[in-house]
Design a protein around this ligand. Sequence first.
Ligand code: ATP
Ligand code: MG
Ligand code: MG
Ligand code: MG
Length: 574
Amino acid sequence: MRWSQTFIPTMKEDPADAEIPSHKLMLRAGLIRQLMAGAYTYLPLGYRALRKAENIVRQEMDNAGAVELFMPALQPIELFERTGRINSFGNVLIKFEVTRRGNKVPMALGPTHEEVVTDLIARHISSYRQLPLTVYQIQTKFRNEERPRFGVLRTSEFLMKDAYSFSTSVEQLDDAYRKMYDAYVRIFARCGLEAIPVEAESGPIGGDASHEFMIPASAGEDSILRCRDCGYGANVERAETGRKRAKAAPPAADAKGIAEIATPGAGSIDAVCKALKCKPHKMIKTLIYKADDKTVAVLIRGDHDANENKIRRALGAKTVELADEATILAVTGAPTGFAGPVGIKCDIIADHDIPLLQAAITGANKVDAHFVNVCLGRDYQLPVTAEGDYETFDLRNAAADDPCPRSAGKLELVHGIEVGHVFKLGTKYTVALDATFLDEKEQRHPIIMGCYGIGVNRIIAGLAETKHDENGLIWPMSVAPYEVLVVPLNVTDPQVMEAAEKIYTQLKGQGVDVLMDDRDARPGFKLKDADLIGIPLRVVIGGKGLKDGVAEIKWRTAADPVLIKLDMTVNEVT
Ligand code: ATP
Ligand code: MG
Ligand code: MG
Ligand code: MG
């Protein structure tokens, strides 16, 4: 591409209304322009970078076994009514009415696609044979953000990769989640971004296990606690929510016991394992907590039914009170998902394919045997083990300088930009929208879901925010709008242009993404623009070098150029 033929409106000065480096630089380098608050045009240079990031995301999704589809941005309001998200999204959901044949039809612009995709699956999947399945799309989302700001970091209309997994068991969900999590690690690494996974609350989307991928940056609107030693991290929101829940929980004095089972020989982890005829294997270690010498809590991860109220209602009078002397508390559900007076249904455990635990919970697994008033922190603590990525810790009192729950390090507080998010959703949407499957025995169950989002614009803005210097942007090769910039210093000199054209054509012929600055402008001006737009490799032709038969090659990150013979330049660059 020739600069004179494309549209790269660079700016010398910082725009007055931009506060943070990425916003200033993306405007100055001619990547984006604002239409109105929260709505931006991607100019050719910005759009090329966006497309490259999108393609990396697409490749890694495909490699992870997800299949691409494309759903409408226009969505019927009715679906949001059925899941209750018309309320939880509130003003963020863009709603409107259209008139069709004289009738008013209420609609929304999709802020995300759980409803649409679950409705689709509900209509077309009915058997365990059709599962597991993970689908994804890369598509524009609409959210009426209260405070759109910081350029394309937070807009009302943005490009999201959203994936949804559908499983018949917790193990299938864990597998899908792990594949997405690993794909995210690869995506951000390939994009040259430092994005750290942190434990997260799952917000209005619901569900019980969630990680966010955060780019540490002072402009980030999230606060994260992270350990420098072991890399463990958590969103502070999570600690806050834990604190609020702890407050809402009933006082300990009112709390009687909770469970109804007593496994013979219980009393310590070893004794429990002995009684269960199992070794304290990794999973069990994660799940069993020794509260004191007499009490053991067995925590089962993966609550399928996130709808606590529904459970509570279903419990009714059938709730079982725990005798004071009971020694085992068997608790199902999301460890962080309940801390107040909620009842947790135990027959859900039957879906687990962890035979040892199924054996452990036999008592509580009876139909209509339930626990109430289980309170995280008061009745049990979460276990801390070094194994496994997904340990969930009780962070309700966590703050900077506290010991890391996982290693000997200390937590530090940093700001982060949320660039991706993975959730184990459970059955919140499939129950609401009636997406079920028949198992081998013709028994019907709700499908178990996960959802996985990446903000593609935030990949670009996050790079601009964290990879730049005082002269401009510094693109990684993988996402750079062009890989090489050829700069003929004086376009009116036929010799310069002949040499430049030759190199430009040869590079293009080799499949290199090359841009040639063919503008008739001062060399100083062109070199400044070259730094500003941040193309990784720059080839300068002209001046004394040309007389000596050499071109100047310079990496954007290097202090000095190197001189290469003109006829060797293409070899050197490719
Ligand atoms: P935030 O906390 O920043 O509001 P979110 O948690 O609401 O983001 P998700 O619902 O998890 O966002 O959406 C998945 C991804 O979409 C986010 O991780 C983020 O990268 C991106 N994203 C969300 N909202 C916006 C927005 N307004 N502008 C640009 N990207 C966004
Ligand atoms: Mg949001
Ligand atoms: Mg968020
Ligand atoms: Mg999120």
